[in-house]
Ligand binder design. Structure first.
Ligand code: RM4
Ligand code: MN
Length: 390
């Protein structure tokens, strides 16, 4: 058995990037509920992310979405974030909320619309230059609703052309990560529906183009850890968007729907060299992509990063030597038992002690609730328009 003290130091470098949009109001197709204390500006979203980091020590950066997080001066925003104790991270482009993109953006048949979408990505790269961000993350809402509506092959070719133009604009230390999603908003076909398509597209671009795996973007029952294994094996896993789902792309708190799946994913991350604690050269970015529609947002994010930490600790506890012996001996049940022993280990008390040793609250959820911070922002953030995702 591996013990917690053997893995404690490996938890040190864990860093999980928070999405700015988690701090704005969000909802379903049916209703967006406002909630008191919600951030009204980009600065307030950054401040909320910094609060999560202060209570957990796990979230040193925050991702921005353009144009949701449009400001005049990104260098100033960068300084503001640094003063708060966090860095600005991944820049997410948005080609899904403009009328011109109804039938596509990077894949559109009209070269003018394709150029408009490419120009948007150029602006995102300018933002990255000012914020010091490494990653440009592209998720495309492109596809078709009816068989025969679109030339599937032509769209794939245009996608390649558009992505190449964007890729060529990146600086030497910048990366492009291409996120896939199997359906929605298009219902018949999607242009980047799966890891294979994303892989094919990024492999054609070059070394600094990789795949983003959003855990909510697969058909029910998909073996996501297998995809993690394969992408790491190919050196093409660029980033994660963590969240959890029951039915579609629910964007719920990671680890809430299926903690065992999160454990299995993190085990493959560690096994495949994607975890910074066991491989300092790992370049996988760990991000959340979540919305808090009915629960409070800051504690929702605190809970999320704690869930990732808890399952990482359990995955690190897998006795890999004993596992290898059982696997090689063909001892099915012994191998399974080694795996499940780690998953079944309650690490909460050890993690509480680990945090206290590092000057963090033993129980960040309780510490936040008792800090009065929520009441403070609810009192302070009166007037103005609360941030949302539109
Ligand atoms: C998409 C995708 C992107 C995220 C947006 C908000 O479904 O997951 O990563 O930026 O939602
Ligand atoms: Mn995502």
């Amino acid at each position: 058995m591996t013990t917690f003290s053997q893995i404690a130091a490996l938890l040190e470098p864990q860093a999980i990037e928070l999405p700015s949009w988690a701090f704005g109001n969000s909802g379903t197709r049916f209703k967006v509920f406002g909630s008191p204390g919600t951030a009204r500006t980009v600065e307030e979203k950054v401040a909320d992310a910094a609060t999560v980091h202060r209570f957990t020590g796990l979230a040193p950066s925050v991702a921005l979405h353009i144009p949701w997080d449009l400001v005049d001066d990104y260098a100033a925003l960068r300084r503001y974030a640094e003063d708060q104790g966090v860095a600005l991270g991944t820049i997410n482009s948005n080609t899904f909320q403009d009328d011109d993109y109804k039938l596509g953006a990077l894949t559109h048949t009209d070269a003018k619309i394709r150029q408009k979408a490419i120009d948007h990505h150029f602006e995102c790269i300018d933002v990255m230059d000012a914020t010091g961000s490494r990653d440009l993350k592209i998720w495309l809402a492109e596809g078709s609703n009816y068989p025969g509506q679109a030339d599937l092959r032509g769209r794939q070719d245009r996608l390649h052309e558009s992505l190449s133009t964007i890729y060529d604009r990146l600086g030497e230390d910048q990366r492009l990560v291409l996120e896939y999603k199997f359906f929605e908003p298009a219902f018949y076909h999607t242009d980047v529906p799966d890891w294979g398509t994303s892989y094919v597209q990024v492999a054609a671009l070059g070394e600094r183009a990789t795949v983003c795996l959003d855990t909510g973007h697969h058909a029910p029952g998909t073996n996501i850890e297998f995809i993690v294994m394969q992408l790491l094996r190919l050196g093409k896993l660029g980033s994660f968007d963590f969240n959890s789902r029951f039915y579609a792309d629910d964007d719920l708190i990671v680890g809430a729907a299926d903690p065992f799946q999160l454990f299995r994913i993190l085990f493959e991350v560690i096994r495949g060299g994607g975890y910074p604690g066991t491989n300092p050269d790992s370049e996988v970015a760990f991000m959340l992509d979540q919305c808090h529609n009915i629960e409070a947002k800051i504690p929702g994010q605190i809970r999320s990063v704690l869930n990732v930490q808890e399952m990482t600790a359990r995955a690190l506890l897998v006795d890999r030597d004993a596992l290898a012996v059982a696997q090689e001996a063909g001892d099915v049940l012994a191998a399974h038992e080694v795996f499940m022993d780690a998953f079944s280990t309650d690490v909460r008390a050890d993690l509480a002690a680990w945090r206290e040793e590092r000057g963090l609250p033993a129980n960040p959820m309780r510490a936040y609730a008792e800090s009065g911070h929520q009441q403070q922002i609810e009192a302070d953030r009166i007037g103005g328009t609360q941030a949302g995702w539109n």
